[in-house]
Structures are given as C-alpha cells and as structure tokens.
Design a protein around this ligand. Structure first.
Ligand SMILES: [Zn+2]
Length: 113
C-alpha cells in the first residue's frame, strides 16, 4: 500500500509549511488525485488518520479532487484525455501518447489556523 508513504510525505510537507508560515493546525486538506496515479482514495482516507495522529493535521478534514490525465500524442501532437496508461490518442488512434499530467497526487488546498 503506497498510500502510507504518500501520506508520510504529505505530513512532512505540512510540518514544513507550518514552520515557514507559522500555523499550528490544519483544518482541511484537499488532495488532487491524477487519474493515472494509482492512488485509492479509500485506502488514503483509511491511512490518513493513522499517519496524521499526533501531528498538526490530526482531525483535519480530508477532501479529494480527481483530475483527468492528459497526454500528448506522438503522432498528431494533440492533447488527449487518458483514462488508462496505455490509452490511444482520441484524435487519430495512435497508440503512443506521452503522459503530460495525471500521474501525481498533490496538495492543492489547505485550511489552517
Ligand atoms: Zn493523435
């Protein structure tokens, strides 16, 4: 379950932000989840409590924002929406598409106090 290590990274980032921006508590956190990130939101929500226990984000509300993955076709050069890693170009059907976005998970919004 790589959700655990993802969340440990999130916790480190939060603690870092807290030091720099001088806040004590995180009340709400929004994570953007790319369609190709292979992150399961259920597993994330489950691991979140355990990882954040005793930290400044204990009891924080966790929200998810799903984003489509996008790729650039190596044949026609257009952007195409990808639901899976090996999706073909939606414009010309070419099988080789470079993933541009959607592989990552990142923090997009924080509500702090
Ligand atoms: Zn194409």
């Amino acid at each position: 379950m790589h959700e655990l290590s993802l969340l440990e990274n999130v916790r480190v980032i939060l603690e870092d932000h807290a030091k720099k921006q001088n806040f004590q508590r995180v009340e709400e956190i929004t994570l953007e989840i790319g369609a190709l990130s292979c992150v399961e939101t259920e597993a994330l929500a489950f691991a979140f409590e355990a990882v954040m226990k005793g930290s400044l984000a204990e009891n924080a509300q966790l929200r998810f924002k799903h984003i489509d993955a996008q790729g650039r076709c190596l044949s026609c050069g257009q952007l195409t929406v990808m639901e899976m890693l090996y999706d073909a170009c939606e414009h010309c059907g070419h099988p080789h598409v470079d993933v541009v976005s959607g592989l990552e998970m990142k923090i997009t919004e924080l509500k702090v106090s």
